[in-house]
Design a binder for this molecule. Structure first.
Ligand SMILES: [Zn+2]
Length: 390
């Protein structure tokens, strides 16, 4: 899906959307207009004709569009002090082209990176500094570790904030001011993807990352950011990684490493752990339930991919009914126990979700994650049942 910058109807639509947001938030002084990851720009006939006629490239097409959107906001809402845009579409353009676009005095870029080791081109900051006196940065407190990740990996996101903190020391002299940081939290990777970490699942990570920002003296807008993170979350004055929470009211350790997926911080050092943090913050039922489901999912995966099924209940054996019931009984009992757990979790899903989410989220989460697991267990049990006691 792409929006055509050469179609005036598109601009009308955007202006209406901007007006709707401003109507709901009349007192804002900063407005983020997005504009990231515009992969399909300049592909339609209108845009191609315009680029050819005006001898301009895709980047100029894009900058012109931003200028129109930002100018609309500035003219109509003089109370807006800052219009922010994502920086990624500037990264491939020469600074002279950005400079010539006149965007320097109209918008401020927000540079995003969500990795524990920041992956940004070395010349990025100098190029931006040629055009923009001020810059923003963006981190992530959830998301960025996998499109179907369910449990937030707090360490991963804390390290992302730490990396930004270190980088700020070297870039702050290039700009008049580093204006602030946006802590992003992804709900899904795009409109067509399944839900990733739900907001209550990411709350402990948000608390820890805010606390890190609040305590770290290298942040430019420390006082303002501290105001954002003003919850008195932590009882102790230890560093963010080891402190306990008062508002989150969690007993014992949080799910620091995440629980699912492989990679940078994937499976924990103790992959057999079935620990579920005991918390009572608003939404903590969802936090706990999604962790519990991840443990259950892992246990089912171990059953389905394990030696038991592949050695004694593979399709070859099943089709020929050449099966030793003793082995099947063990697998059947295990699957029955997992099924019981799955049903118990299913019965607790709605009460936990209904307090936190609008309608539709419960159904989507159930059908994307819980139902497929239940179906697979049921299929296995139906198959195994015919052999038990044979
Ligand atoms: Zn177009």
């Amino acid at each position: 899906m792409a929006l055509c910058p050469s179609n005036t109807d598109c601009l009308d639509l955007i202006f209406q959307m901007l007006d709707q947001v401003m109507k709901l938030h009349p007192d804002v002084s900063e407005f983020h207009i997005g504009c990231d990851e515009v992969f399909h720009l300049g592909l339609c006939d209108k845009c191609m004709a315009r680029m050819s006629q005006d001898s301009i490239g895709k980047d100029q097409l894009f900058f012109d569009h931003i200028k129109k959107v930002a100018s609309y906001l500035r003219n109509k809402y003089p109370q807006l002090k800052t219009i922010i845009v994502w920086d990624d579409m500037f990264r491939c353009s020469h600074s002279s082209v950005v400079l010539a676009s006149g965007l320097g005095g109209i918008v401020e870029p927000m540079v995003w990176n969500y990795q524990p080791q920041l992956q940004l081109a070395p010349g990025l900051w100098d190029n931006l500094a040629c055009v923009f006196p001020s810059v923003w940065i963006a981190s992530a407190f959830k998301g960025a570790t996998g499109p179907s990740t369910m449990v937030t990996n707090i360490n991963f996101h804390l390290d992302n904030h730490q990396a930004w903190s270190h980088l700020l020391i070297s870039i702050r002299s290039k700009f008049k001011i580093v204006r602030g940081i946006a802590l992003t939290g992804w709900q899904r990777y795009d409109h067509y993807a399944v839900l990733c970490e739900l907001f209550p699942q990411g709350l402990p990570s948000l608390a820890v990352c805010l606390k890190f920002i609040q305590k770290d003296g290298s942040w430019e807008r420390q006082r303002e950011i501290a105001e954002v993170g003003k919850w008195e979350l932590f009882v102790s004055n230890h560093d963010s990684r080891h402190c306990s929470q008062r508002l989150l009211v969690c007993l014992g350790p949080l799910a620091w490493q995440g629980l699912v997926g492989e990679g940078y911080y994937g499976w924990t050092e103790d992959s057999s752990s079935t620990w579920i943090p005991v918390c009572t913050f608003p939404g903590s039922d969802v936090y706990q339930l999604t962790i519990e489901f991840s443990h259950l999912h892992r246990a089912c995966t171990e059953l389905f991919n394990g030696d038991g099924i592949s050695a004694w209940m593979n399709d070859f054996n099943v089709q020929r009914r050449f099966i030793n019931p003793v082995h099947v009984e063990t697998l059947y009992t295990r699957a029955e126990s997992l099924m019981e757990h799955c049903r118990s979790l299913a019965s607790r899903l709605e009460p936990a979700f209904v307090d936190v989410f609008v309608s539709g989220v419960t159904e989507e989460w159930r059908e994307c994650f819980l139902t497929p697991l239940l179906s697979r267990l049921e299929q296995f049990l139906n198959k195994a049942r015919t052999f038990v006691g044979d």
